[in-house]
Each structure stands twice: as C-alpha cells, then as structure tokens.
Design a protein around this ligand. Structure first.
Ligand code: SF4
Length: 364
C-alpha cells in the first residue's frame, strides 16, 4: 500500500464518523471485552429500531454495528446508556477478552477505563487491537496486536517471552500501545513493524524462552453451565432477539459472532443454539444490496449451501468480516465464485463445499 494511502485519515467507522454504505450510514459501537448489560442491550435494540435497520450486526471483534442509520440522535442515546464513555476514544476501544473468564473480563473493563484516561491514545489507529486471554487460548488466536495471555505477553500473535502478572497487565498493554504510537510511522498494525521488540522496552516482568501456545476454537454453541451461547444467522441479531437476550440477562458478544447469554433464554427466538446446525460454519459479508461494492447477494448464496467447513463468503476482494482463523475463502466474481482461488459457478457451490468438508474430515 502506498504511503499516501497510509497517511490518510483512519477510515474505521465509529459513532460520529460513520461509513457510507449502500444501505445508508453504518455506525460501529465498541463493546470492550464484548460485555453488555441487559439494559444497554435493550437500548441498542431500541436504537436499531428507531434509527437504523432494526438489527444489531455482530462483528468479528465482538462489537456491534448499526446499519441504515439515517435518523439523528444515536450519540445521545448511546451516551445516556453508558455506551459512549469517551467520545474522543470511541474508535480505539478495541478490546477482546475471553468471554467465560471473569479475570479477563475484569481486566478488559480496567483496560478500557485506563485507555480512555490517556488523551494521547485516542490517536491509535482504529485497527489496533488489544486482547486479554484468560488462558483458554480462545481470543489469543484472533490476531490482536498485543495480547496478555494468562501472564504471557504476545505481540502480533507471537509469544515475546515476557511474563507479566495480572496486576500489571493493563499497564503493560498500554505501554505497548504508547510505544507503537511513537514508532508506527505509517504502520497500522504491530505485524507491519520490521522489529516489534522495542515495543516491550521498560515493561517490568520475567523473561523466559518464548513458546508456541496452542490456540483453541471459539466458544462451543449451546449451554455452558447456566449460560448459553447463541448464534444469530450471519451475525444479524434482530431487535426482537436482542430483547429476548436482555430479558434473560447480561451478555457477552464474542468475536465468533455469537453471544454468551447469562441467563435462561426463551425458546423460539430463531437464534441458533444447536452445535450441529449446518449454518454455524458459514459467515458472509453484508454483500448486495447493502454494499455497493458487492458482486453478488452473498448471504442469499451462502444460505443455499448445506453443511460446509468453516467458510467465509465475500462480495469483493476486501473480504470484510473474514474470520482470523483458517477458513475456506469464497469470493464473488462477475460470473460465479472463486473458492480458495478456483472458479466455481454459483449453482455448484454446495457440491464443491461439501467435497471440501469431506476432504477436511479425511485429513483429521
Ligand atoms: S467484502 Fe466487499 S462487498 Fe463485502 S461488505 Fe466488504 S466491501 Fe462490501
């Protein structure tokens, strides 16, 4: 990418700087750690109905987007609900945390507060991502710039060998963010730096031999103790579904476009809670008609395929919302799709993806 492209303003959408999509302004609301109280979820559902397209669109960073926000008043509503604690920092509150780890969730809240208290950190690129992994190795695999994984400090997914106790985790993550701002040049992500090592300078902690940690899949769908992990199809949570969740309890939006609901969820919501549901492996960008760049109605085509391996449908080469984990890439073209680069007519997608699944199973 050219330097001139790099020095232009950060284009990540927020609440004030919305993105102009074909279906109207798109606003992204950050939820550090994915955590959302039932009251705030209710406020978002009302905002989606009154100002947007009637749904909350979950993102691969555990945030939500409102689409078609053609009426004014969103910032006021979010402020009243406590969802906009720092207007200057709203686009940099990008924090993942293991949904089922109380320690990681508490650290995410503390990191958010500390981040918003440092005026200079409002200059971080909107793509910069923090992660707090309670040790399960779930959010550690989500491509964060800096991740605290139960004591280990990771940069761009690689263990640095630096070990930092939980009580110093927030300080360590902020120190990396500050150092990144000083050294980034035209880089948006830590992975773009030739040598990220200097980002660790001055962080106290023990140094050990770096190791390769196992990365675990996201949360399984279905009941987990008294909670339940539910999935809205294509990450589109209708306002009615959001209210059903709010009725059940507080929740955590996960980076896997699912929601951990902390309470008894009523039946008949249309949310997927069966771990064997075929739709679970499939994700898709918004596609036509919501995005003018899209070459196909990718969600309609994705809905027609049956059981598949983890697969992401994209309407153009930007591949918005693609999972950080390994997946089959399905890219729309003027005449059909490319599946991992191989041309496939739209009518043959289901057969080809089924074969991919059989091949995947055969190698396991
Ligand atoms: S991947 Fe392309 S078509 Fe899909 S939402 Fe992004 S820009 Fe639009």
């Amino acid at each position: 990418m050219s330097t001139s492209a790099r020095v232009r303003a950060d284009a990540c959408p927020g609440i004030f700087a919305t993105h102009d999509a074909a279906d109207g302004p798109l606003a992204r609301v950050r939820l550090p750690g994915g955590a959302i109280t039932r009251a705030r979820l209710g406020a978002l559902a009302d905002a989606a109905d009154d100002l947007g397209d009637g749904a909350l669109h979950l993102t691969s960073r555990g945030n939500v987007q409102l689409r078609g926000v053609t009426r004014p008043g969103l910032a006021g509503r979010l402020t009243a609900a406590g969802l906009l604690p720092s207007p200057s920092h709203e686009r940099v509150r990008n924090i993942l945390a293991s949904p089922t780890s109380d320690a990681a969730q508490e650290l995410a809240a503390a990191l958010d507060e500390a981040l918003c208290a440092v005026p200079g950190l409002a200059e971080l690129p909107g793509r910069f991502l923090f992660a707090l992994d309670g040790g399960r190795g779930d959010v550690a695999g989500e491509g964060a710039d800096v991740c605290w994984r139960d004591g280990a400090l990771l940069l761009a997914g690689e263990d640095t060998g630096l070990r930092v106790p939980a009580e110093h985790a927030v300080e360590a993550l902020l120190s990396v963010a500050r150092a990144f701002l000083r050294r980034r040049g035209t880089a948006w992500r830590v992975s773009e730096l030739t040598d990220p090592g200097p980002l660790l300078k001055g962080i106290p902690g023990e140094t050990v031999e770096p190791r390769r940690f196992a990365v675990n899949p996201g949360l399984p769908v279905g009941p987990i103790g008294e909670a339940i992990v539910a999935v809205p199809v294509f990450g589109r949570l209708t306002s009615a579904q959001a209210r059903a969740i709010a009725k059940a309890g507080d929740a955590v939006v996960t980076p896997w476009r699912s929601i951990l609901v902390r309470g008894p969820l009523e039946t008949g919501t249309g949310l997927v809670t069966d771990p064997d549901a075929p739709s679970l492996g499939v994700s898709a960008c918004i596609g036509r008609p919501g995005c003018a760049k899209s070459l196909a109605d990718v969600r309609a085509d994705a809905a027609r395929v049956g059981r598949t391996p983890r697969v992401h449908f994209a309407g153009c080469e930007r591949r918005c919302g693609k999972p950080a984990r390994e997946h089959v890439d399905v890219l729309a073209t003027e005449d059909g799709y490319l599946v991992d680069g191989e041309r496939v007519p739209a009518g043959e997608l289901a057969t080809v993806l089924e074969k991919e699944l059989s091949a995947e199973k055969g190698t396991q």
